[in-house]
Design a protein around this ligand. Structure first.
Ligand SMILES: CC(=O)N[C@H]1[C@@H](OP(=O)(O)OP(=O)(O)OC[C@H]2O[C@@H](n3ccc(=O)[nH]c3=O)[C@H](O)[C@@H]2O)O[C@H](CO)[C@@H](O)[C@@H]1O
Length: 364
């Protein structure tokens, strides 16, 4: 089967697509990615060796019409472009991961009368996936509590598809010797000492200025208790430049997040579905500062790990240098971290890529 996989914008949408594409390709299917030329997919998809077809980034109206003749002109034109692609490349199904490239793909698939399968990463679904679910043959959910279902098809709780590098690391972490080896190799790569505590801050794939500033503002206390790797997000290194030093490393983006996870004792992050699922699968304790905008999905993504005590939640407005000193620094204690890690391990979050590929094969 030839599948068009639509995902664009941030790594949070693109990584689960790449993980699922790997599975589908391993099972003998062909995958073409659909994205834009401006999102992170323009980097990540070719780097993964997958073909990327790009379309324009067109906002979806709040209440999209199903009557294609009544769509705003630019959206209708983009739907037409995807429709032509589906015909010319003889696409058998559209697999969408939400976001602004998915909606035109869902609409074009409906017009071309080929199956749509949806993967929803978040605890609260976005508008594109809510639209597509009306005619999807399959819906894959990361969380059982997500209010989204295929009206005329199968809905399955699959978990989030994780990249092979992340599931490989999760497997390595079940063996103490391999876990130690991975930690040493990773720490060396970032110029850090594996025998000392390591705390990582990342604002997700696009970074977060407020997190960056609060963290850099507490650099003195942080470095007295641990070594820091601060991943600022692309173009945001300046936020942390003043704090940089031997015990405070600053990078703008890390492509191999598995290396970061391999050495992290504690991670401070937004609560995008990707980061939450990866940290849970690797049983790494985290402080989450959910993005306050969007549709509130970030807090919900992390809610079960917060409620169980694996993660600590700090509200966006409250995340100041003082909060870092008073709430984050006390977590840098071996016993406390081990306790939280055990809670996460008990929750048993794992890779959903195989289950999403099963769902795709099940509806074709
Ligand atoms: C602002 C925005 O649109 N946020 C959404 C976006 O999150 P966003 O893409 O920011 O964040 P996620 O946590 O979902 O995913 C981040 C991904 O980027 C990777 N990573 C991160 C930092 C880095 O330096 N290198 C790197 O590779 C992580 O390993 C992870 O796989 O998509 C998520 C999944 O639909 C949603 O839950 C978020 O609400």
């Amino acid at each position: 089967m030839r599948i068009l996989a639509a995902a664009g914008g941030t790594a949070g949408h693109v990584n689960p697509m790449l993980a699922t594409a790997d599975q589908l390709i391993a099972r003998g299917h062909e995958v073409i990615a659909l994205g834009t030329a401006v999102g992170l997919e323009a980097d990540l998809v070719p780097a993964a060796g997958l073909e990327l077809v790009t379309i324009d980034k067109v906002p979806l109206p709040r209440r999209p019409s199903l009557d294609l003749l009544r769509l705003p002109t630019r959206l209708a034109r983009t739907v037409g472009t995807v429709r032509t692609l589906i015909r010319d490349r003889e696409i058998d199904a559209v697999l969408g991961f939400g976001g602004y490239v998915s909606a035109p793909a869902y609409l074009a698939a409906r017009q071309a009368d080929i199956p749509v399968i949806i993967q929803e990463q978040n605890a609260r679904p976005g508008i594109a996936n809510r639209l597509g679910a009306r005619w999807a043959k399959g819906v894959s959910l990361t969380f059982a509590s997500t209010p989204l279902a295929a009206k005329h098809g199968m809905t399955r709780v699959t978990g989030l598809p994780l990249r092979a590098e992340i599931s490989g690391l999760a497997a390595d972490r079940t063996d103490e010797a391999r876990k130690r080896f991975r930690r040493e190799r990773a720490a060396e790569r970032f110029g850090l000492d594996p025998d000392d505590m390591i705390i990582v801050l990342t604002g997700g794939s696009s970074g977060a200025q407020q997190l960056n500033r609060a963290f850099a503002g507490a650099a003195d206390v942080l470095t007295s208790r641990a070594q820091v790797l601060h991943v600022t997000g692309r173009g945001k290194e300046a936020d942390a430049a003043g704090a940089a030093g031997d015990r405070y490393r600053v990078l703008d983006y890390v492509r191999e997040m598995e290396e970061v996870y391999a050495m992290a004792d504690l991670v401070v992050t937004r609560a995008g579905a990707g980061m939450v699922a990866e940290l849970a699968a690797l049983a790494i304790p985290a402080v989450v500062v959910p993005l306050a905008i969007g549709n509130g999905e970030q807090y919900l993504n992390a809610k079960s790990a917060i409620d169980s005590g694996g993660f600590l939640h700090i509200a966006n407005d409250a995340f100041t240098p003082d909060a870092v000193r008073e709430q984050v620094v006390p977590l840098l204690d071996r016993q406390e971290l081990d306790r939280r890690s055990a809670i996460l391990r008990a929750a048993g979050v794992s890779d959903g890529a195989g289950a999403v590929a099963d769902l795709v094969e099940g509806v074709l």
